[in-house]
Design a protein around this ligand. Structure first.
Ligand code: ME8
Length: 506
């Protein structure tokens, strides 16, 4: 069986997660579910990034140990992912012993290869971002170029990773593998970054102790980013059944952390003689009218409240449809409600409801074997198959939003097919029994196919469709590419509302 390995970043338990984090995890989940649907053996990893000075300071301020502080936050992450139907196969916490062991081994391996040395570090450190910067990289106010908060001058004995040594090899890899960094804009940025010169990277600190100790020199803890990226191989490296998943197929990350994933992480892997991931996909940010969502701006949208209000599938649909992967996208409550009412309640909900209602009313819920039918029936069936083929092409290309749109175009087509064939009129004419049976059969089949195609985006809704159609709830993509799998005499269920319309308050 073909394997597929996808990861999200591991999130900092420094603040509650917002809908921006849920966006990233939802994309990864939709891709993982699609690959399972397409017959791959999938490993989907997410987790929490728990070490570092920032966590230690926050915990101290609350009179807690770092673990006492992070434990409940990490539990909330896990709860949130359940609420969003995230189908991760493992959840890695960097504070787990299994991770500590692997980080120390990789450190040792790189050190033994001669690419880690001890020196003196004086640099500018942004604690909230856990990042070192050079003078040149600071913003116009001399602050962190990412979060624009003040940086601190740090001077201490430290271990260094010979990142500079890998500049040429990295450039060569990026140039020979155009698919390694996606989208192209990020790839170009990284090429320019490497060409402007790479400095060796300080990878240990002595000024705090909440981290993984350097093997053999326990006064030092390992730099949190060096520790964090290794999470991607922690569950695999010592497990003979899991090794097949490395190298990862996609590391999905936000655009501001592409640098860590396309420069530092690959150089570390080169130094440890391990293969590089196949692709790093840098997605855009979810923004509101006041910019990128972040706690400091006070413009965060709470995903728990949102799920409770609208349900996870509606939010997943909105995020996957509205935002083109790789670009920034606007999160807007009115637009969400608009989509729920028009695309979900109206287009999809009505199609299912009208179809099952008519099969119930005109054929006592029983499908009747269909014949070839009219030209309209034939072209409708072809359109269903074209939709499934186009969907596969787009999903294989990770064009999630286009894939959603293609399915909804077909849902629109199916609703129009009802208006064009007017089954309620056919039902009044005894001589049109077969014509009616054909239309209802084609509609039920198209819903079966739609259910399969939307299952990576809206797993609970797909299940409801399967339940109401009374078909298997373990879909396969191949079954969406065949028209006519429903048996004649198949009995369908009763229509139940999929999405209630949301009343818009003035
Ligand atoms: O960076 N829209 O963790 P993190 C879209 N621990 N994505 C957003 C977002 C928004 N408004 N806000 C945040 C870290 N994200 C490290 C990762 S991986 C080895 C270590 C995304 O909790 C962001 O782009 O700050 C990033 O991919 C992820 O959330 C990280 O969040």
């Amino acid at each position: 069986m073909k394997t597929f390995y996808i990861t999200t970043p591991i999130y900092y338990p420094s603040a509650n997660l917002h809908i921006g984090h849920a966006y990233c995890t939802t994309i990864a989940d939709a891709i993982a579910r699609y690959k399972r649907l397409a017959g791959y053996e999938v490993f989907f990893l997410t987790g929490s990034d728990e070490h570092g000075q920032k966590i230690q300071r926050t915990a101290q301020a609350e009179n807690k140990t770092p673990l006492e502080y992070v434990d409940p936050i990490v539990e909330n992450f896990k709860e949130l992912w359940k609420k969003f139907y995230i189908s991760n196969d493992d959840f890695i916490r960097t504070s787990e012993p299994r991770h500590e062991k692997v980080v120390q081994e990789i450190f040792k391996r790189i050190q033994d290869n001669g690419d880690i040395y001890k020196g003196e570090y004086t640099g500018l450190y942004c604690t909230p971002c856990e990042s070192y910067w050079t003078e040149l990289q600071l913003d116009e106010n001399g602050c962190c170029p990412d979060c624009h908060r003040p940086v601190e001058k740090v001077s201490e004995e430290a271990y260094f990773f010979k990142l500079s040594k890998y500049a040429d090899k990295l450039l060569q890899h990026i140039e020979e593998h155009p698919e390694f960094i996606v989208p192209t804009s990020r790839r170009n940025e990284m090429i320019n970054f490497i060409k402007s010169g790479l400095e060796d990277l300080c990878i240990s600190r002595t000024s705090f102790d909440w981290g993984i100790p350097v093997p053999g020199d326990e006064r030092h803890v390992i730099y949190v980013w060096f520790d964090a990226v290794i999470n991607y191989i922690t569950p695999l490296i010592h497990n003979p059944d899991m090794k097949k998943f490395w190298p990862a197929d996609i590391h999905l990350v936000g655009k501001e952390i592409v640098r860590f994933h396309t420069i530092i992480w690959p150089a570390m892997l080169m130094a440890a003689n391990l293969p590089l991931p196949k692709q790093i996909y840098g997605h855009g940010w979810l923004v509101t009218d006041s910019g990128k969502m972040s706690k400091s701006k006070g413009n965060v949208v709470d995903p728990v409240a949102l799920v409770e209000e609208f349900g996870a599938d509606a939010i997943r649909y909105f995020l996957l449809r509205e935002i083109t992967l790789g670009l920034d996208g606007n999160f807007n409550r009115d637009a969400l409600i608009q989509r729920i009412n028009s695309d979900l309640a109206n287009d999809l909900g009505n199609l299912l409801h009208r179809t099952l209602n008519m099969i119930g009313k005109f054929q006592k819920k029983i499908l009747i074997a269909s014949t070839e039918g009219t030209d309209l029936d034939k072209s409708f069936r072809l359109e269903a198959l074209d939709t499934a083929a186009e969907y596969r092409r787009l999903m294989d290309n990770v064009q999630l939003s286009d894939a959603v749109k293609v399915v909804w175009k077909f849902i629109g087509r199916a609703n129009k097919y009802i208006d064009e064939t007017t089954p309620w009129k056919l039902a009044k004419d005894e001589t049109k029994r077969q014509e009616l049976a054909n239309v209802l059969y084609n509609l039920a089949e198209s819903l079966r196919i739609v259910g399969i195609l939307i299952s990576p985006f809206m797993p609970a809704t797909a299940e409801k469709i399967f339940e109401q159609l009374k078909v298997s709830s373990e879909p396969k993509l191949d079954d969406a590419e065949v028209f006519g799998l429903l048996e004649a005499n198949h009995e369908v269920g009763k229509p139940e509302q999929l999405f209630p319309r949301i009343l818009i308050e003035d």
